[in-house]
Design a protein around this ligand. Structure first.
Ligand SMILES: Cc1ncc(COP(=O)(O)O)c(C=O)c1O
Length: 375
């Protein structure tokens, strides 16, 4: 019924601000020319506060998984002992990648829908001094869980293991303090909180992780980080980059800096709390407890979730994501990251309450949260 103004409420790719879209439409420029070289390193540097790092940030043209594979192919050699913390679909992807690179794979599983327990990580590491690299997803988009990165990093104690983090659906929406928290690899992607289209991924590595680039024996070419390092020094990327995404990012960073990063993070928390309050108000069950709740995506239990999603898409043009893994068909997920405002949360809640014939109840609860936050 309603198709000409779609409302995309999935956990990425996200809607884009009109200014970013306009910037994408500008004429192509030479990726080896002066104009690009002047801009590119500066734009990468401006990602520094989002990563919480002084280390260089490299851009790879590819999707989020390309960033994950870059981390694995540069750090993991055959038989490197690694520990993957798995509590969802993307944690499993870390394990799949490590297996593909023939690591000595250890997996610590957590129930889907709960955060990784730092105490269990500490216990596992104390029994396994050989582990060299831990792989973790910060914001597990498949279950809508935000893992406590700082505590998991601290759980290493004196253990020497590096910590590699998929921050693909958290970077730019919630704090990531790479240097202060002692993270060794952080990966972010364009299509989530960064308000830019899919197609670019960003990776930063610590000095300790840098030493692995010399010794890792896994084959790699497109993902060889040393190439990205050498070319960034000249202001370039080693292979033809997604030029339009670079300029989209420049524009998105203007917006983020104008709002102020603390305000961006506070907005994401507000959207999360409004949405969760609304869902509870209509009697639906949230997938994740408050303690582990993601600020960028929320999962909701519903027995006929896929029919519901098809209905609201047809009636209102609103698109929610389905559940993944064991939750497929029994949950839906709603993205509230990047270019998202309280109005977007109210729209998402409005279709839920209308479908449940509880008009006004969810939006009222969300409004109460919003009023409570006003300065
Ligand atoms: C947390 C997380 N990790 C990894 C990925 C994979 O990214 P991509 O599909 O861009 O390869 C996603 C994508 O949704 C994600 O949300």
């Amino acid at each position: 019924m309603q198709h000409f103004k779609p409302e995309l409420r999935i956990p990425g790719p996200t809607p884009l601000p009109p200014r970013v879209l306009q910037r994408m439409a500008e004429p192509m420029i030479n990726h080896r020319g002066q104009a690009f070289k002047e801009k590119f390193p500066e734009i990468m540097k401006r990602l520094g506060p989002l990563f919480g790092t002084e280390n260089p940030i490299y851009m790879i043209t590819g999707s989020g998984t390309a960033g994950m594979e870059t981390a694995v192919s540069n750090l993991v050699s055959p038989q490197t002992p690694v520990l993957c913390l798995v509590g969802g679909f993307f944690g499993q992807r870390w394990a799949d990648l490590c297996r593909a690179y023939r690591a000595d794979l250890h997996v610590l599983e957590f129930p889907w829908g709960t955060g990784a327990d730092p105490q269990k990580v500490e216990d596992y590491l104390s029994g396994h001094p050989e582990i060299e690299i831990i792989f973790l997803v910060h914001n597990e988009s498949s279950t809508a869980v935000l893992n406590n990165l700082k505590e998991i990093s601290q759980a290493r104690g004196r253990h020497r293991a590096l910590l590699a983090v998929d921050a693909i659906s958290s970077l730019g929406g919630t704090p990531v303090d790479m240097d202060t928290w002692g993270l060794d690899v952080v990966i972010g992607a364009s299509q989530k909180c960064l308000m830019t289209p899919p197609g670019t991924v960003f990776i930063s590595i610590s000095q300790r992780a840098r030493s692995y680039l010399e010794k890792s024996s896994s084959s790699r070419y497109y993902f060889d980080l040393k190439k990205y390092e050498q070319f960034l020094e000249k202001g370039e990327a080693p292979f033809t980059p997604n030029v339009n995404n670079v300029f989209a990012l420049e524009c998105a960073l203007d917006l983020i800096e104008a709002e102020g990063l603390p305000n961006v993070f506070a907005r994401h928390l507000l959207l999360r709390d409004m949405f969760r309050a609304g869902v509870k108000a209509v009697g639906l069950e949230l997938l994740v407890a408050d303690r582990d709740a993601s600020p960028t995506v929320t999962g909701v239990k519903l027995s006929n979730a896929d029919q519901f999603r098809a209905r609201i898409k047809e009636l209102y043009g609103v698109e929610f994501a389905g559940g993944q893994g064991p939750q497929a068909g029994r949950t839906f997920r709603v993205g509230h990251m990047g270019y998202a405002t309280p109005l977007d949360v109210l729209t998402a809640l409005a279709v839920i309450e209308m479908d449940l014939e509880k008009a006004g109840q969810a939006t009222k609860a969300a409004e109460t949260v919003m009023i409570g936050r006003k300065p």
